[in-house]
Design a protein around this ligand. Structure first.
Ligand code: NAP
Ligand code: HSE
Length: 435
């Protein structure tokens, strides 16, 4: 153990992640002290309800309902924000920085919405604001983009960055479990957000993509510029047909830069079964970064849950602790020296999978292909599935070559109006990945 003065730490929030961090601070006290060079001392935890049972209970004198107690304690050098949401977490982070305290947060919503401003405030005060736990759980991808890959011109990011939905999609694909059952299991294990709608609808991944894209492209990208769509339209047939075509279905986050600008989007996508991202199962996350020097680098690890997130939060804490011991100033933030336009989704070009419910009779396919042809949407494959002799209906599954989203959307409206189409049952984007 070190003889140095302890470094005081306060937690804002003692829920799933906060309890994981408190437990690791306590149980790994000596090992952390050896890594830092001084003990990390948990002085206070801000909560809403003092009497609530907690997965890792703290002595009552360490709990508080008042942020001032933390701000006024000169021995608290680092504030760790694990409350979630924008309000009041953002205000607390701002006040902590203004009072000269370093901050660690795992709050993707806050960093996606206010990250550039908060980082500028931290920079102006020569303080650290670290957020490794905000994206990818245990995976050290923020550090990689902020430091290790900084010399690259990043071309693209393809990522699976929501553990809850990846867990749900894996259970649906592998065990035929329904989405509701799988979500309940994810909630029990502490993967889902307090309001799981953000996970299921793709907003959680959109926050994370905004953070990654901002760092990768050195250009502030807000969540408003990210197109997002969730997993609720996926059905067991889509998994079955995708598998027969050689694809897996994942909630994919994509950020790309080309000569026309940037793309930033989150949506379900068919990806080749042989690709490394297709093999990312359960609550695991993965981020593939393609850059001019690195080629392709893939980061893979547990994306949610108390222990993996504590791993990232404690990594940031240890780093700050080490700097405090030698009075080192924080490194400069990633420069935000570009302002590339982010394309509207209607201008993005991808391949598509379409599933149509049709009457099983002559002439149906001809009418469908004419609509697509007239809009310059080139077909890559067509298969007829699930022919039902009783109802005399079938499903047609079409994959296309790359087409503009605007044209594809137009075609969906026109197909839906054809007398030979009972229903446009689904459209899923089919992503070509770097190889
Ligand atoms: P959680 O279980 O809901 O915990 C939130 C904690 O914050 C609770 O202890 C709550 O106090 C406290 N809190 C909330 N509002 C408060 C207020 N106004 N004043 C005082 N205390 C307040 O959330 P979580 O899952 O731990 O997530 C925390 C953060 O980590 C979020 O930003 C989340 O996105 C992020 N994150 C979560 C995971 C994960 O796997 N869960 C992974 C990575 C990042 P009470 O307990 O008294 O109600
Ligand atoms: N709810 C998030 C997820 C937690 O499922 O990925 C990790 O940020």
């Amino acid at each position: 153990m070190s003889d140095s003065q302890p470094i005081g730490v306060a937690l804002l929030g003692l829920g799933v992640v906060g309890s994981g961090v408190a437990e690791a601070l306590e149980r790994r006290r000596d090992a952390l002290a050896r890594s830092v060079g001084a003990p990390l001392e948990l002085r206070k935890a801000l909560v809403r309800d003092l009497g609530k049972p907690r997965p890792f209970p703290l002595p009552p004198h360490k709990l508080t309902l008042r942020m001032e107690e933390i701000l006024d304690d000169p021995d608290v050098r680092v504030v760790v924000e694990l409350m979630g949401g924008e309000t009041p977490a953002g205000e607390h982070v701002r006040r902590a920085l203004e009072r000269g305290k370093h901050v660690v947060t795992a709050n993707k919503e806050l960093m996606a919405k206010d990250g550039p401003d908060l980082l500028a405030l931290a920079d102006s005060k020569r303080l650290n604001l670290r957020f490794e736990g905000a994206v990818g759980g245990a995976i050290p991808v923020i550090g990689a983009l902020s430091r290790d890959l900084l010399a690259n011109r990043v071309r693209s990011i393809h990522a699976i960055i929501n553990g809850t939905t990846n867990f749900i999609l894996t259970r649906m694909a592998e065990d035929g479990m329904d989405a509701g059952q799988a979500l309940r299991l994810a909630q029990e294990r502490g993967y889902a957000e307090a309001d799981p709608a953000n996970d299921v609808e793709g907003l959680d991944a959109a926050y994370k993509l905004a953070i990654l894209a901002t760092l990768a492209f050195h250009s502030p990208i807000s969540t408003r510029q990210v197109y997002w769509e969730g997993i609720s339209r996926l059905s067991p047939q889509d998994f079955r047909y995708a598998r027969e075509l050689g694809y897996a279905i994942k909630l994919l986050a994509v950020a790309k830069r080309d000569q026309d600008g940037l793309e930033a989007r989150v949506h379900p996508a068919l990806i080749p079964e042989a690709h490394i991202l297709a093999k990312v199962g359960g609550v695991f996350n993965a981020v593939e970064v393609a850059g001019d020097l690195v080629g392709r680098a893939v980061f893979h690890g547990l994306g949610a849950g108390p222990a993996p997130t504590a791993s990232a939060v404690l990594g940031d804490l240890v780093d700050i602790g080490r700097m405090l011991l030698v009075n080192a100033e924080p490194p400069k933030a990633v420069p935000m020296d570009r302002s590339d336009a982010v394309k509207d989704m209607s201008q993005v070009s991808t391949r598509y999978y379409l599933r149509l419910h049709v009457p099983d009779r002559a002439g149906v396919l001809a009418k469908i292909t004419r609509v697509l042809g007239d809009l310059d949407i080139s077909i890559a494959s067509v298969i007829q599935k699930d022919t039902d002799p009783v109802t005399q209906t079938a499903e047609i599954v079409i994959t296309t070559h790359p087409s503009r989203e605007a044209a594809l959307r137009r075609s969906l409206a026109m197909l839906g109006g054809l007398d030979v189409v009972k229903e446009v049952s689904n459209m899923i984007r089919l992503e070509e990945l770097p190889s």
